[in-house]
Write a new protein. Structure first.
Length: 423
């Protein structure tokens, strides 16, 4: 069914591109060591930009709250009975690669082949590592110069939502449900929805725009815990250290070496396999802290991972007399699968929207999490939708503008379907 194609022809692709290029040049790198919220000033700066643009588009209630979250409403066009639907994207970018000084490169009419990034000759986006490129000849791609990440995760989602909001305001003849826009902060460090008031949001369902490629609907995410291992030793001047010093760095190294090498690690797993991923180690002879991501699609397996860490810690402590190792775990987010079952329309309507546009929906899983994981856990069903992102968190990140356009078109159709529903 392609009955909406004519309404999509006036989607403003150039404006969408300009939005994205503007947003990625604001440094919004999340900082897990910061004490404030949001964790960097750039998120406040980008949020203020969005509020100004939304007000220019005629969305009068757009505002940035005390936590840096941006809220706005696009009223529906089919009466008060239509359910409110929320659209969410996050303002921050990953701390794994710098987002300072992003120099986006626009590649029009992609002719195929590897992409050499001009700022660092060693950085090459290779087709062998990015098979999606084979399906995108003739499309418009955006990369960085290779010295920073791009920030498509999640500024592609931000740009898509902003363009959809503007498009709805410019085309009042389009039937759609009321839309609540929500742009969150610090998603990349696990705090995206810390300050989200679901009553203020007032939505029956939500969608995060934070997904890979095109036409995917993420209906499962990892369940996640964070483990912190504190290794304590005894620091003393090395000149008199014999039989007195206990080097926490050596014990920490033994702990890392004791983690599984052939399983339960990102380097050796895919699909539905879980993992334990040490990603940060800091400290010195007296004390070391190790942070480890625990991930699995089955929540009870996170407990098993925690027990394994404690066993490894006990073994290391026995090998290093005088050292102590303490393992603490905290919940981060849970698989959205079970929460989505409570109102299957959220995923079903997304599939229906893609089919109406002549596309084939793909229900997919995320080897990670989204703001939608926590929103769903809190009772608001929130699948995750594609936005044209590829290879996130890396200088080799890239985005496809055409897939961003497809995401925007899909949202318009999805909001129409919700307007046709019984609420």
């Amino acid at each position: 069914m392609l009955h909406t194609a004519n309404l999509m022809s006036n989607m403003n692709e150039q404006r969408l591109l300009e939005r994205f290029l503007r947003y990625v040049q604001v440094d919004t790198t999340a900082d897990s060591s910061a004490h404030g919220y949001p964790s960097c000033e750039g998120q406040l700066k980008l949020g203020a930009m969005l509020v100004a643009e939304l007000k220019t588009a005629g969305i009068e209630d757009a505002h940035q709250d005390d936590h840096g979250l941006v809220w706005a409403t696009v009223p529906g066009t089919n009466g008060a009975s239509a359910p409110v639907i929320a659209l969410n994207a996050h303002l921050d970018t990953s701390p794994e690669t710098t987002g300072r000084g992003v120099k986006p490169q626009v590649i029009r009419n992609y002719a195929g082949g590897d992409l050499h990034l001009p700022g660092d000759p060693s950085r090459i986006i290779r087709v062998a590592d990015n098979p999606d490129l084979e399906q995108l000849h003739g499309r418009t791609l955006i990369t960085t110069d290779g010295t920073t990440l791009l920030g498509g995760d999640d500024k592609a989602g931000v740009a898509v939502i902003m363009e959809v909001a503007a498009h709805l305001r410019e085309n009042p003849q389009l039937r759609h449900a009321p839309v609540r826009l929500l742009f969150t902060c610090d998603e990349e460090i696990g705090h995206g929805v810390d300050h989200v008031d679901l009553q203020k949001l007032g939505a029956i369902a939500a969608y995060t725009l934070d997904g890979h490629g095109a036409n995917q609907i993420d209906v499962e995410t990892f369940s996640a815990n964070l483990a912190t291992v504190t290794v304590r030793g005894i620091n003393i001047h090395p000149s008199i250290g014999k039989n007195r010093m206990v080097n926490a760095l050596r014990a920490a190294s033994a702990f890392i070496a004791g983690l599984p090498q052939d399983r339960l690690c990102p380097e050796r797993t895919d699909g539905r396999d879980g993992f334990m991923h040490p990603y940060l180690i800091e400290g010195g002879v007296g004390e070391v802290r190790i942070r480890i991501l625990l991930r699995d699609f089955e929540t009870d397996r996170l407990d098993e991972q925690g027990l394994l860490l404690k066993k490894i810690a006990a073994d290391v402590a026995a090998r290093f007399p005088g050292a102590s190792l303490e393992v603490e775990t905290q919940a981060q987010y849970r698989n959205m699968r079970d929460g989505l079952k409570k109102d299957p329309r959220a995923a079903e309507f997304a599939q229906q929207a893609l089919r109406r546009l002549g596309r084939t929906p793909e229900l997919s899983i995320v080897r990670g999490g989204t703001d939608g994981s926590q929103l769903t856990e809190r009772g608001l069903p929130t699948p995750n939708l594609s936005t044209g992102q590829h290879t996130p968190h890396s200088p080799l990140e890239w985005v496809c503008l055409d897939e961003m356009m497809q995401a925007a078109e899909m949202l318009i159709e999805l909001l129409k379907i919700w307007a046709e529903s019984d609420g």
